[in-house]
Design a binder for this molecule. Structure first.
Ligand SMILES: [Zn+2]
Length: 176
């Protein structure tokens, strides 16, 4: 399967293999969402504030996966979403509480350290959970969009065979 990326002017061949297990043939397309910051400009406005403008390049692309792995990848996404949500909630709530406690007489009697502790608990949870359930991305591209990296190295080797110039790792030349 030939894929063309006009935005970056790169053309690549996808092996007819599932990018996740590299054992079964690809049956469905799986979108790899990726956007990388390529530029960041800071300017000083008339009002005396710094304004930062970031430019992102959309590097999303598609790979083939098998039906079983599509299910697995969807679950992975849900788990990541839950981890982020559960970790962020106390950080946000603690932050709101802290700002309120610093700014007014609201929450008098509640020590500020309580809010800081709530925020810290959220952050610790997030890192612990991310380490426990987090996985590398299935695939990603270099910032210029021209080098591909895959979590499954067997798939990456198959990809490298078809696109020798589009991988960062060195793979020995296939025997002629
Ligand atoms: Zn698979």
């Amino acid at each position: 399967m030939t894929m063309k990326d006009r935005r970056i002017n790169v053309e690549y061949q996808l092996p007819n293999l599932c990018a996740n297990c590299a054992a079964k043939p690809a049956e469905l397309n799986w979108r790899i969402s990726q956007a990388d910051k390529i530029d960041s400009k800071t300017s000083f406005s008339i009002t005396g504030r710094f304004k930062t403008t970031d430019t992102y390049r959309d590097l999303s692309f598609r790979v083939g996966v098998c039906k079983d792995c599509e299910k697995e990848l969807k679950q992975e996404g849900v788990i990541n979403g839950v981890v982020i949500g559960v970790g962020c909630a106390p950080v946000i709530l603690g932050g709101i509480g802290l700002v309120a406690a610093l700014g007014s007489t609201a929450f008098t009697g509640v020590p500020r350290t309580v809010f800081i502790a709530i925020m810290a608990a959220g952050i610790i949870f997030y890192f612990a959970a991310a380490k426990l359930v987090g996985k590398d991305d299935l695939a990603f591209r270099s910032i210029d969009g021209k080098k591909f990296t895959f979590r499954n190295k067997k798939y990456e080797a198959a990809f490298a065979k078809l696109n020798p110039k589009l991988v960062s790792r060195k793979y020995s030349e296939p025997a002629a």
